[in-house]
Design a protein around this ligand. Structure first.
Ligand SMILES: [Cu+2]
Length: 177
């Protein structure tokens, strides 16, 4: 979609049929605005959901304007990216250097299956996602049902989305990316 800019104080309504059902996200395609925060999760339901769920966005984050910065090379010198990895965000929160800002909390129901709908909203680097002492029951990739599987962790690449459940234990556990 290409259109004129929506000016400050104005609005624009775009009507469309949301499909396919599933976990998606939207983002700006103007320069690197997407990496600088112009994005959001976009969940399409075929019926009002009966079970609550958590949305989870993971992304690489660059401090300052997220333009091409430096060259990241593999160990044998092959250039693999024009960005150097700096830090990451989970639902918009993360830590860098000595900063101790609050991180994202997820208040799960112990003893029940808790549903996560996750997208990698970053640009360049994949993440290995895990939750300490819990198995991930992975059911959906993007809008596609997959053969359900259980795993200790999963890899997610920029632009990808996964749905997974965890049977939550009592206590406090790290979600790691
Ligand atoms: Cu895009």
């Amino acid at each position: 979609i290409t259109q004129h800019a929506i000016l400050s104080g104005h609005s624009f309504i775009h009507k469309f049929t949301a499909q396919p059902v599933g976990t998606h996200w939207y983002h700006s395609h103007y320069f690197n605005q997407r990496l600088d925060g112009i994005f959001g999760m976009f969940i399409v339901h075929d019926a009002p959901p009966v079970q609550p769920y958590f949305v989870l966005s993971v992304m690489d984050w660059y401090h300052g304007y997220a333009g091409p910065s430096d060259t990241l090379s593999s160990q044998d010198g092959v250039p693999i990216s024009s960005l150097k990895y700096v830090s990451g965000l989970i639902n918009g929160r993360g830590r860098y250097n000595e900063e101790r800002f609050p991180l994202s909390d997820f208040m799960l129901v112990p003893g029940e299956e808790n549903v996560f709908r996750m997208c990698h909203t970053g640009a360049e680097f994949p993440y290995e996602i895990s939750i300490d002492e819990h198995l991930l029951s992975i059911s959906t990739m993007g809008a596609n049902l997959i053969v359900p599987m259980q795993a200790d962790f999963l890899f997610i690449y920029p632009g990808e989305c996964y749905d997974f459940n965890i049977l939550a234990k009592s206590g406090t556990f790290w979600l790691r990316a």
